[in-house]
Write a protein that binds this ligand. Structure first.
Ligand code: SF4
Ligand code: FE2
Length: 620
């Protein structure tokens, strides 16, 4: 049995784990214990359930499934379906954003509007839509139609490939992995992995890459860009992080999930004076909104709303006993939150018809009722305040300050409008390279130990760190998202950060916002006239858990960026697939995966990669 100390790096989590035990609340760590040891066949990818001649397990004395599929085919098929699930998650979120933009453009939704017209016009122009003489709605309509088409079967390539360097596009064409349509690649992955279709592991892996590229350069990128258009492009600003953002004397509402379409509306309702006076009538000082996971990142990037925590903090936030309402949309929401909420007065409300939770109240949101539904929710939260049992409230104090809001637009603005100064800093070796640390928590690790230590080690080596998703909360709690953290950086990075007044670790948003990092990589490569794989860049997900994280890792590698993972996906049962992931992909797409659970060794691995890329560019 792991001690609390071994479960997490954080005092706020430790206090709540202790309280959870006393209050009888089961957490992911408890359930992991019950599930350990895991099935070895599943862990190595050697089980197949794709038909009813099976299910089959590959063993020494039974090396083939009933159909004749071997370990390589079974592992590659399983991996293909795994990343197709992740790509579907990001991309379906992107589709919801297109539907929102479309309904705004048609004047059908008065609940949403276009906040960043300049960005709408800029993107429309970038994608070849003539904007002159057209109204904003007309342009928005044409742009949403183009994005809908990116999900279909009639394009040769998704629109945002205009951001990809020519060399890379040529390479993808030669390999036959140019993403054509988001839904098409995902559906084709399901088709290929049906019994009796694609039975060649490397060929399956190439389609995995294509499916994930459709996620990164279309599904996710569309989600990010439309969210900026509808809710504003992020600018640097202050915020706060850890469970201390929950307020004892206020009605507390947490938003959890991924899509800002719901949480932005909840924020509006929270700020409604009528709602605030309602809360005061009930004896609260006001209404406090805080975020969890990615929808928390979305609200934080654009509105400065504080972040209560990442994936493994979601159950623990409820354990404070001070949360009236948790509003969720979709993805990464543990079903156990309903049970945890029932131990207190915390109500969980679902908002998406495609993500319902038994035991939670369902208040469906759509384009035409969002403001109304959001007010209804906030009212529910306010009413819940009188049911709070103050004797069971315990809130860890002292949130950490942090800076958020580093969209590419904001980064370029800080640099004076062009990537030139960043490139100069890289050439001079003041910034030796950049690494994106992204993804999740996983109770198999000491929470955030890998996320935080890897970031610290990299900035010491003058490697600029970019973070999204659940790593935000990790590095934020460690103080690395403050300009003062430049003192922990190497001399070169320290100098640049001081000159610009920015932290050595930049918060770039939610998981779909990894698309911002892809775009930035494209900008740098184009500026230098090289391929993305020539740049001193790396990706990392030290504590990943989800299908979506595997999809991100795969599109990162397929885009030419070396990617470190704390542990491998369930592929190690196939030597062919494992070798392809660890080295074979290098000769195909110019990057591969590296696996290393120890963040200090991982930093070494990333440093070596960046050093060799610098050499390749003729830099010392
Ligand atoms: Fe077994 Fe082949 Fe069916 Fe998979 S597809 S369950 S390996 S028979
Ligand atoms: Fe996420």
């Amino acid at each position: 049995k792991k001690s609390i100390e071994e479960k997490t790096l954080w005092p706020d989590a430790a206090r709540m784990l202790d309280k959870a035990e006393k209050d009888g609340v089961e957490t992911a760590w408890d359930r992991l214990e019950q599930q350990t040891p895991h099935c070895k066949f599943c862990q190595t990818g050697l089980t197949c359930r794709n038909c009813t001649m099976g299910p089959c397990q590959i063993r020494k004395n039974a090396p083939l499934g009933v159909c004749g599929a071997d370990a390589d085919v079974i592992v590659a098929r399983n991996f293909g379906r795994f990343v197709a699930g992740g790509s579907a998650g990001h991309s379906d979120h992107g589709r919801d954003c297109i539907e929102a933009l479309h309904s705004v453009a048609l004047g059908k939704s008065t609940d949403y509007s276009i906040k960043d017209e300049a960005k709408l016009l800029r993107i429309a122009r970038e994608l070849g839509i003539a904007v002159e003489g057209k109204g904003v709605s007309e342009v928005a309509l044409e742009l949403s139609d183009l994005f809908f088409a990116d999900f279909g079967s009639r394009q040769h390539e998704v629109s945002f490939l205009v951001r990809v360097p020519e060399k890379r596009k040529k390479l993808w064409n030669e390999l036959g992995i140019t993403p054509r349509g988001v839904d098409r690649e995902i559906a084709e992955m399901m088709h290929r992995t049906h019994m009796g279709c694609d039975n060649d592991a490397p060929n399956l892996m190439l389609h995995s890459a294509r499916t994930c590229l459709a996620d990164g350069w279309a599904g996710s990128m569309i989600a990010t860009e439309i969210s900026d258009i509808l809710f504003g492009t992020p600018k640097p600003g202050k915020s706060k992080v850890n469970l201390g953002v929950i307020q004892e004397d206020m009605v507390n509402i947490l938003v959890h999930g991924h899509n800002p379409i719901v949480s932005e509306k909840v924020l509006e309702a929270v700020n409604d004076p009528e709602m605030i006076s309602l809360a005061r009538e009930k004896g609260a000082k006001g209404i406090n909104l805080a975020g969890l996971c990615c929808t928390g990142n979305e609200l934080m990037m654009r509105q400065g709303i504080p972040l209560a925590g990442n994936h493994l903090m979601t159950e623990l936030a409820i354990v404070t006993g001070a949360v009236e309402l948790i509003v969720v949309d979709y993805q990464c929401i543990m079903p156990s939150l309903v049970t945890a909420g029932n131990c207190y007065h915390t109500k969980m409300v679902t908002t998406a018809d495609k993500a319902r939770f038994t035991g939670a109240e369902h208040v469906p949101f759509d384009m035409h009722n969002a403001s109304h539904q959001a007010r209804k929710l906030v009212q529910t939260a306010v009413e819940g305040f009188s049911r709070r049992d103050s004797s069971r409230v315990e809130i860890p104090q002292g949130p950490m300050e942090m800076i958020t809001g580093f969209s590419n637009e904001a980064i370029l603005e800080a640099l004076g409008g062009t990537p030139g100064p960043l490139i100069e800093a890289i050439k001079a070796g003041k910034i030796r390279g950049a690494a994106a640390i992204v993804g999740c928590n996983n109770p198999k690790y000491r929470q955030d130990y890998g996320n935080v230590n890897l970031a610290k080690e990299l900035i010491k080596r003058d490697i600029l760190v970019l973070v999204t998703g659940c790593v935000t909360s990790a590095v934020g709690k460690a103080g690395l998202l403050m300009p003062e953290a430049a003192d922990e950086a190497g001399a070169g990075l320290h100098e640049i950060c001081k000159a610009l007044g920015v932290p050595p670790v930049l918060h770039m948003g939610s998981c779909v916002d990894n698309a911002r990092i892809l775009q930035l990589a494209g900008i740098l490569a184009n500026e230098l006239g090289v391929d993305i794989s020539d740049l001193p860049l790396a990706g990392s997900s030290p504590e990943w858990y989800s299908e979506k994280a595997a999809a991100i890792g795969t599109y990162c590698v397929a885009s030419g960026i070396f990617t470190h993972l704390g542990h491998p996906p369930n592929i190690t049962g196939s030597e062919t697939v494992t070798n392809l992931a660890l080295s074979g992909l290098e000769s195909l797409v110019g990057a591969s995966f590296g696996i290393e659970p120890d963040p200090f060794k991982a930093a070494e691995m990333i440093d070596e990669r960046i050093t060799s890329k610098r050499k390749g560019l003729g830099l010392s």
